[in-house]
Design a protein around this ligand. Structure first.
Ligand code: UT7
Length: 325
């Protein structure tokens, strides 16, 4: 059976950045607290011409350019996002129009921070049944529009950006090997964002302040470390690899302490764990594709390398995906 392989990556972040020092002027916080508790130094905030679909389209164009694929040859566009441009139409439809992918069908997928990994796995299944198909998989967020800028527990964490990958079939012995994806809706209230016109009577009654991100950071932290660790180990086991076989882990960029604990549990050296969250903060569904693109463009991915993605987000949603570059 043919495999699904990534043939191009791209990313885009807004031009304006917001430093920890800037945040000191907005809420009761400090560069020291943010740096030591999260590892984040700065994040990017979108302006008027940097809406979700515009960032997504720029990332997509860069991925298409690298893949040397014409937009007209794209069969499917999936945008993973929890901050869509509109509820309807999908952000993917706006991207389709913006890049001129006239022959594609397009839709969004919401699996919070795990969205890109879920979407990549979806692309794998399409491509395995239609190997000639080219799929544009995008993770794109403008979380700055959904953050409560008075809540220091969350506003220091998140940032805007987009990343994209072009996926197609190959008969070579490389590409996506497998995935292990999970959800647990029992813990929905650890990290959520209500809809703008809330139908949720419980939330409206209690402490409803609009459709802004709410998080129980401590509990999310514990679930994230445990679940990503288990998902990576189980996936490697299933495909009869050991941790030493892994060339690079690209984890969801949420908090440096989560990443270091995960690294400790997996017994991976620093050079095998990709980290860029100091520059972008947590960009949710965009975090892994931005990291993947940076690793790719920095020459850290060599043909034949064994690469694992692992992710965790609201839902709860989490999982891992293994690929041979
Ligand atoms: O994308 C997936 C979802 N998100 C995540 O994975 C995030 C997971 N969680 C985290 O990254 C961490 O839990 C946080 C960074 C959110 C919080 O770090 P923490 O070490 O768990 O801090 P905490 O929530 O236990 O708070 C410790 C103290 C509290 O003060 P008191 O109650 O001890 O007086 C907070 O009010 O730190 C305070 N605090 C802050 N202080 C300065 C919380 N946010 C800030 C802040 N600046 N920005």
């Amino acid at each position: 059976m043919s495999k699904a392989v990534i043939i191009g990556t791209g990313s885009c972040v807004p031009s304006r950045s917001l430093s920890n020092e800037d945040l000191e002027k907005m809420v009761e916080t400090s560069d020291k607290w943010i740096t030591t508790r999260t590892g984040i130094k700065t994040r990017h905030i979108s302006g008027p011409d940097e809406q979700n679909y515009q960032l997504a389209s720029k990332a997509a164009k860069r991925a298409l350019e690298m893949a040397e694929v014409d937009p007209a040859d794209i069969g499917l566009i999936v945008v993973a996002t929890l901050s869509p441009h509109m509820i309807m139409p999908s952000t993917a439809c706006f991207v389709q129009a913006e890049i001129g992918a006239d022959n594609a069908f397009a839709y969004d997928l919401n699996a919070a921070c795990a969205g890109f990994t879920y979407a990549l796995d979806l692309a794998r299944h399409y491509v395995q049944s239609q190997p000639g198909m080219k799929v544009l998989v995008i993770g794109s967020e403008t979380l700055s529009t959904r953050v409560d800028w008075q809540d220091r527990n969350t506003c220091v964490l998140f940032g805007d950006g987009a990343g994209a990958a072009v996926v197609t079939g190959t008969e070579e012995d490389r590409g996506i090997i497998g995935s292990k994806l999970h959800s647990d809706g029992n813990h929905w209230d650890l990290l959520y964002m209500d809809s703008p016109e809330s139908q949720n009577a419980d939330l409206v009654k209690e402490d409803w302040q609009g459709s802004l991100i709410r998080m129980n950071g401590g509990d999310i932290f514990k679930h994230a470390v445990r679940n990503m660790d288990e998902a990576v180990k189980a996936l490697l086991d299933r495909h009869r690899f050991s941790i030493d076989d892994l060339d690079l882990l690209i984890p969801h960029q949420a908090n440096i302490r989560i990443l270091r604990k995960l690294q400790e549990r997996l017994k991976l050296p620093d050079e095998k764990v990709f980290v860029n969250l100091h520059k972008y903060g947590n960009t949710s569904a965009a975090s892994i594709p931005i990291a993947l693109d940076e690793a790719n463009r920095q020459g850290m991915l060599h043909k034949g390398d064994l690469v694992a993605l692992c992710t965790f987000g609201g839902g709860l949603t989490w999982g891992s995906l293994l690929l041979r570059w």
